[in-house]
Ligand binder design. Structure first.
Ligand SMILES: Nc1nc2c(ncn2[C@@H]2O[C@H](COP(=O)(O)OP(=O)(O)OP(=O)(O)O)[C@@H](O)[C@H]2O)c(=O)[nH]1
Length: 506
């Protein structure tokens, strides 16, 4: 086994004894080694650390006295492979420290290592550089331009409509690719069960091949090393993919297939859950990713991750609302139907009658109303049984409904074996014709009823025609139709009567 794959590098004894605080990380491995001086300076109990231990070290920007956020944390940036030279102060200490990092190719290792030295301000660090600021002038201008562009894109993303989301994400990716001088930039999302990842959005420089179509539902097993590093460090920064360790052979093959020389990916998270990642590839040449590249990538990743979450929340809220509305409609429908016959029930009828009376009063239209009642239904039940009675009710309901098909016509179960019928007729003749049609439609069913005069199932109908005004009372209409029905029963059944104001029951 090569030396750099063992738990502690064999050259460690030399670094451990240095009189300067040094952190060392092999870029291909998650562990970070702190030498004796670093352990003393940073109060670290163990020499082997991981990135989460480093996140706990609070650093302060000594001029502004501001606590450095995770995104600006120079220790994390340095250990992720960026070259950093920056003054910092440890929380709780007054001493200014010079934090300097360097990527080194140690002759006895295969991959790159990052050396981070923390030296007192006046001291001479082993890898201390000239006193240059983190950014040179060009970088500063680029950083400003990028930030301006991002604030424009993020403003548009705040209330982005779901159908516009892809365009805005692609804009952000193209800005990221251009400013990081990359050849490709992209977004991958993990499936909910974290078993696969899919390339959802991509930007490619002119002349560079796209691989998006082949990168759908890529299983964890296809890129195990990448998956592991991403889950533990939330960042995957590789300057030269040929220097990846042996355990990353699957990744090396995939990078080769896509002609990738350098790659940089940063996780998109929501409350510590990995949603996916945003990344950049170098195809034409290698690139030692800078602190600015990482900052940009994290910014774009956060922006896209938050927007996707936001759109998903809004979509699921909308879907929930629609489901609720649908359930409500179904409930309303259920509450307005008669359970046995399936036609409108009394409650629905009352609402519609009120509505029709008002409509006809407004437009000065006549309204016809009928009550239809099955003849000798008690005897039908008694002779053929209650279930046969139920079937007869269903059959009558279906026949009446099928006979009345015109707009505005309504048949409802009024109660027991009685049906209420609303018809927008224009005169008494029309009402008479309709009543006769309904009566014969039941008679023609030829449903046996030996205890009825016609020897078959029949109905009697009481009908009335009104010219409603604002004062017309629904119960008056019902009373009139009921009076006419009583007359039809008295006349011998299987017939209809139209209400006449002077025809009082007798
Ligand atoms: N099977 C069944 N019968 C019902 C239902 N609702 C009411 N009935 C029956 O309908 C019958 C109505 O009887 P009555 O009001 O005496 O009238 P009728 O026998 O039809 O006599 P006329 O109306 O005078 O011709 C009763 O026996 C009720 O039990 C129902 O949902 N199913």
């Amino acid at each position: 086994m090569p030396a750099e794959q063992q738990d502690t590098p064999h050259y460690w004894a030399i670094i451990d004894a240095l009189p300067v605080a040094v952190l060392l990380k092999d870029t291909a491995k998650p562990q970070i080694y702190a030498n004796q001086q670093a352990r003393l300076l940073l109060s670290l109990p163990e020499p082997v650390l991981n990135l989460s231990d480093i996140r706990l070290i609070e650093l302060i920007e000594p001029d502004s006295e501001e606590l450095l956020s995770l995104v600006q944390n120079p220790l994390l940036l340095a250990l992720s492979g960026s070259v950093v030279h920056q003054q910092v102060r440890l929380a709780g200490s007054k001493q200014r420290l010079q934090l300097s990092s360097q990527l080194v190719q140690l002759s006895f290792t295969l991959s790159n290592s990052v050396l981070v030295a923390l030296t007192p301000e006046q001291g001479k660090g082993v890898i201390r550089d000239s006193q240059r600021s983190v950014y040179d002038e060009n970088e500063l201008e680029e950083a400003l331009a990028f930030d301006k562009l991002m604030s424009l894109i993020s403003a548009e993303l705040i209330n982005v409509q779901p159908e516009q989301l892809d365009i805005h994400i692609e804009d952000a990716l193209s800005a990221l690719g251009e400013f990081c001088h990359a050849d490709r930039s992209y977004v991958f999302l993990f499936s909910d069960d974290m078993q696969t990842m899919s390339n959802t959005h991509e930007w490619v420089r002119d002349g560079i091949a796209s691989h998006k179509a082949n990168l759908q539902q890529v299983p964890e097993a296809a890129l195990p090393y990448f998956w592991r590093v991403m889950q533990s460090d939330f960042i995957f920064a590789v300057r030269d993919v040929t220097l990846l360790p042996d355990e990353a052979s699957a990744e090396q093959q995939e990078f080769e297939r896509e002609d990738i020389q350098s790659v940089l990916c940063s996780a998109m998270t929501n409350q510590d859950k990995l949603l996916g990642f945003v990344g950049c590839d170098m195809v034409a040449r290698k690139r030692a990713w800078t602190a600015s590249d990482i900052r940009r990538l994290k910014l774009v990743g956060n922006m896209i991750g938050n927007t996707i979450q936001n759109v998903n929340y809004r979509l699921s809220l909308k879907q929930m609302q629609q489901e609720l509305m649908q359930a409500n409609l179904e409930l309303q429908e259920l509450a307005s139907r008669d359970g046995l016959t399936g036609i409108a029930n009394r409650r629905q009828f009352d609402t519609l009658l009120q509505h029709e009376l008002q409509r006809c009063a407004r437009y000065q239209l006549p309204l016809g109303f009928m009550l239809a009642d099955i003849d000798h239904f008690k005897q039908y039940n008694d002779s053929y049984g209650h279930l046969a009675g139920d079937d007869a009710l269903k059959q009558v309901a279906r026949t009446l409904s099928q006979t009345l098909k015109r707009q505005g016509e309504l048949v409802a179960r009024f109660g027991g074996e009685e049906f209420a019928i609303l018809v927008p007729v224009s005169n008494a003749d029309e009402l008479t014709q309709l009543a006769e049609t309904l009566r014969t439609s039941i008679e023609q069913l030829q449903q046996e009823h030996l205890f009825s005069a016609a020897q078959r199932l029949t109905i009697s109908i009481g009908a009335t025609l009104v010219n409603p005004d604002k004062t017309t009372n629904p119960s008056e209409l019902i009373r009139q139709a009921d009076t006419a029905l009583y007359q039809a029963k008295a006349k011998g059944r299987n017939c209809f009567c139209i209400f006449q104001p002077d025809n009082l029951p007798g």
